[in-house]
Design a protein around this ligand. Structure first.
Ligand code: OAD
Ligand code: ZN
Length: 247
């Protein structure tokens, strides 16, 4: 079975890297982006230039962020997060590269030096002009006082944005460099719960495969890179890891 095939890969893994997308967090009650009912089926993404240029769209972005708070704020790590934390503790996995902004890898006990966040983090905000950091409670209080107007930076009046990376926004250079180094030097590269349509993130599985890693993809739906993978499992991440780690 596919769980047995995954178990065999995990048993031989010595310096693996996991690459996670929104699919690892759906069992935690956080919607993904591209499944039916996913975030992008409800709303079109607000890109970086639009956020910068439009106070109305800034307010809309913050309205959406606060609407997600009941799901994001209360979420606990799922079976996939816990399985990866265990593999890190066993030193079979070196690190996790994530596209997720939900903080659930940290919540499962993963340390900063074992985690690369490619698309930032939605648990705080920062000013796009001066970099000043703001906590979400500060933003929410200003948002409510201003009756749904997005707050500006208290020191420079610049736009305050959640510390996530939007389309059109430069990628975080240090995270990109770390992800590149990890992808070029791993024996197994595990993709979990990503459609692999968003670049440059989707370049890392490709880079790992070219450098000789065994590429494994676990995803409910087919992905862009299934044809290239050594093992493709179209199933629920939690179910597959539970079965594979049960032996
Ligand atoms: P997507 O929504 O594009 O893909 C998530 C994939 O996970 C889908 O193909 C689902 O079929 C699959 N999936 C969902 N639940 C699953 C489960 N329990 N078990 C197995 N598979 C499951 O999300 P990402 O690939 O993460 O970027 O999206 C990449 C980027 O696009 C995000 O980081 C975000 C978004 O725009 C930014 O915001 C910059
Ligand atoms: Zn500022």
């Amino acid at each position: 079975t596919s769980a047995k095939a995954l178990a065999a890969v995990l048993a031989g893994m010595k310096a693996g890297v996991a690459f996670t997308g929104a699919g690892i967090s759906t069992e935690c009650g956080i919607p993904d982006f591209r499944s039916p009912g996913g975030l992008w089926s409800r709303n079109r993404p607000i890109d970086y230039q639009t956020f910068r240029a439009s106070p109305q769209m800034r307010a809309e972005a913050w309205r959406r962020r606060f609407a997600l708070e009941p799901a994001l704020g209360g979420a606990k790590p799922g079976r996939g997060h816990r399985a990866l934390a265990a593999l890190l503790a066993q030193r079979r996995l070196q690190a996790i590269i994530t596209q997720n902004i939900d903080g659930l890898h940290q919540a499962s006990g993963v340390e900063e030096e074992q985690l690369v966040e490619l698309h930032g983090n939605s648990t705080y905000a920062s000013c796009l002009d001066c970099g000043q950091r703001y906590e979400l409670d500060w933003v929410r209080a200003r948002f409510e006082e201003g009756q749904g107007r997005a707050p500006d930076c208290a020191s420079c009046t610049g736009p305050v944005k959640s510390a996530t990376i939007s389309f059109g926004q430069p990628m975080p250079a240090a995270a990109m460099a770390r992800a590149g180094a990890l992808s070029g030097a791993c024996d197994v590269f595990l993709v979990l719960g990503s459609s692999l349509v968003v670049w440059p993130a989707a370049g890392f599985p490709l880079q790992a495969k070219r450098a000789g890693a065994t590429l494994v993809i676990v995803n409910r739906e087919p992905t862009e890179l299934d044809d290239l993978a050594d093992l493709v499992i179209h199933a629920d991440i939690g179910d597959v890891f539970e079965a594979a780690l049960a032996g």
